[in-house]
Design a protein around this ligand. Sequence first.
Ligand SMILES: O=P(O)(O)OC[C@H]1O[C@@H](O)[C@H](O)[C@@H](O)[C@@H]1O
Length: 281
Amino acid sequence: MDIDSVVIASPSSNARVFHQGAHVEQWTPQGQEPVVWVSQASAYQVGKSIRGGIPIIFPWFNQGRTLGLRPRHGFARTTKWEYLGSRPLPEGGMQATWFFDPTSAQEAEGADLFPYDYALHYRVSCDEALTVELEITNLSDEDFECELAFHTYLQVGDIERTTLEGLDGVEAVNPFISPEHFTQEGNVESLTGIDRVFFSGPNLTVRDEALSRNIQVESEGATNTIVWNPGPEGAAGMSDMGDDEWRQMLCVEAGCIYDNAIVVEPGRTHTLSYRLSTTSL
Ligand SMILES: O=P(O)(O)OC[C@H]1O[C@@H](O)[C@H](O)[C@@H](O)[C@@H]1O
């Protein structure tokens, strides 16, 4: 393993976080299967994103709004962040923090495409829930526009026995199939091979029949939910995912992407937060 990590341990759950990308790699509540999934085939290499966990997507999503931007999903997830330390929380649990600014990204491919002064602060808190919070502060003297997301990989027992509850009536688009927007009707029941963007941040439940649990996803500061599973064909095309692993994962991402990119004014901060917790079925 070429990259370093820390473990955040509390009595009710623990997480492992790599300094490259400030990347939460797994999160496991005591006595449960992991909730945050990571591929057995993931590379842990300098400059390559871990396949799983919670990649931080910034300052553009996928290839960006203008398309063709590299690296895919921005440079924050493959660049080392500064670890500022861990502390116990007054109400119980543990919290660790990281920092990232243009100095961190000096050598990064694509950093020249985002020529602003900014600071990112990231907090990861573990107790009976996992909470991650990202603050983006504009230190330039002009507005900037950026996309951002938590590209969270969730572990499920069987994707074909998993449903998403809480997106009924939300506007959606399948951007790689058609530009037409539509309204989601009812629960999302067919998740194999899905790549769908919803126009509302995630506040939903992943109902997992095989593991007999619900995962609650709550977010603030997001205007999109992105739901992705590569299916068998997508997984076969990825060197860092096993051929059958698509069955055990589902990305439920919170972000502000494409036309929902945020504009941050000078001196202002935008905060994106995401919380995971579980209940038994
Ligand atoms: O392989 P990457 O760069 O981590 O991206 C994985 C997926 O990320 C998702 O967020 C996108 O919607 C998919 O289109 C993309 O394939």
